[in-house]
Design a binder for this molecule. Structure first.
Ligand code: ZN
Length: 338
């Protein structure tokens, strides 16, 4: 049997398997949870208080987009944007069931219109635009609406000159929208590029899982990139690669900790520290009192140690001694770079 034939068989089997999965017994209601790592049991209230992190072993449970917004800002302290956008079905796509039915089901199940929620929010007193993906809505897949909302979020942040926070949690492009979904990869990358030209910082948070076309486009383009512990961050999941290459991958393949070692993320941050950590970075890059610390040449966001160094040098709070350690030999001309 050819390789193509084998792969198609595997994928149809998997679809059938997914189709029957909701009938399986023993699925736990989402609000009271048992930790899959250490079997500790928590009530819904405890879960919310612990930001859906297991206090015993640190396992990070999934979080919905709106709960994420509450975790990052103040409870109820955000204004949702473009919540009326809904997916169309121009391809009239049907797999095991019609795409329109899948959308309707996802809407009923999640109370959302799409796999992303955009909002204006204050994180540690710094006004931001946030674009938060939600894996519970069709696997957080990126279709035309997700791409459009992300592009609008970039535009909105650029126009207002305030930072953009993106949280990705997605299986990739939405296969039911075919090429239209793949086009969102280019669209979101161009939108982020415009943001870099406007010198507006982008904080990227990679939650479990960030894979496929989302990781291959905007999710890998943050100025500062954080990942949640244990999150899978890869183009293809390890199961697919093992099936295709017939090789055994290391246990930590594509995990956040491995991506940190690979240099793909700046830090792996516990969810309970995340808001404070983002707040600290925002106070450096976009302080709430509006001091123009970002007096750097356009395009600094594209990376470059010197550019970041120049931003850091213009910070009044960092003593010259420390700056000397970061850039040895610059003590004498300290302050000349801006
Ligand atoms: Zn646990």
């Amino acid at each position: 049997m050819s390789r193509v034939g084998r792969n198609i068989t595997v994928s149809i089997d998997r679809l059938r398997h997914l189709g029957h999965r909701q009938d399986r017994p023993g699925r736990i209601a989402s609000d009271a949870s048992t930790c899959p790592k250490c079997d500790s049991h928590y009530s819904g209230d405890e879960m919310r208080r612990n930001l859906r992190v297991c206090p015993a072993c640190g396992h990070h449970f999934p979080v919905t987009a709106r709960e994420r917004l509450e975790q990052l800002g103040e409870p109820g302290g955000y204004v949702e944007l473009w919540s009326d956008l809904r997916a169309a079905d121009p391809l009239q796509f049907t797999d095991l069931k019609p795409y329109v039915d899948r959308i309707r089901e996802a809407e009923t199940k999640t109370g959302m219109n799409e796999a992303i929620v955009c909002a204006e929010i204050e994180v540690r007193r710094v006004p931001c635009v946030a674009a938060i993906m939600d894996f519970t809505f069709m696997g957080g897949s990126m279709g035309a609406v997700v791409g459009e909302k992300l592009a609008r979020a970039c535009e909105h942040a650029a126009q207002k000159g305030i930072p953009l926070i993106i949280l990705s949690s997605s299986g990739g492009a939405r296969m039911q929208e075919g090429t239209l979904a793949l086009m969102q990869m280019a669209k979101t990358v161009i939108a982020l590029d415009a943001l870099a030209e406007a010198q507006v910082p982008v904080i990227m948070i990679l939650a479990h899982p960030t894979t496929g076309g989302v990781w291959a486009s905007f999710a890998s383009l943050g100025d500062v990139t954080y990942a949640e512990p244990g999150a899978l961050i890869a183009f293809s999941g390890p199961r697919v690669i093992e099936e295709t290459t017939r090789e055994v991958l290391p246990a930590d393949f594509g995990r956040a900790e491995r991506q940190l070692a690979n240099g793909q993320v700046d830090a792996v941050v516990d969810r309970r520290e995340l808001a404070a950590r983002i707040g600290r970075v925002l106070h450096i890059l976009a302080p709430p009192d509006g001091e123009a610390l970002l007096a750097t040449p356009p395009g600094w966001a594209q990376g470059g140690v010197e550019r970041v160094g120049r931003v850091a040098q213009s910070l009044p709070s960092i003593p010259g001694k420390i700056m000397g350690r970061i850039r040895p030999g610059t003590d004498d001309d300290e302050g000349s770079a801006a």
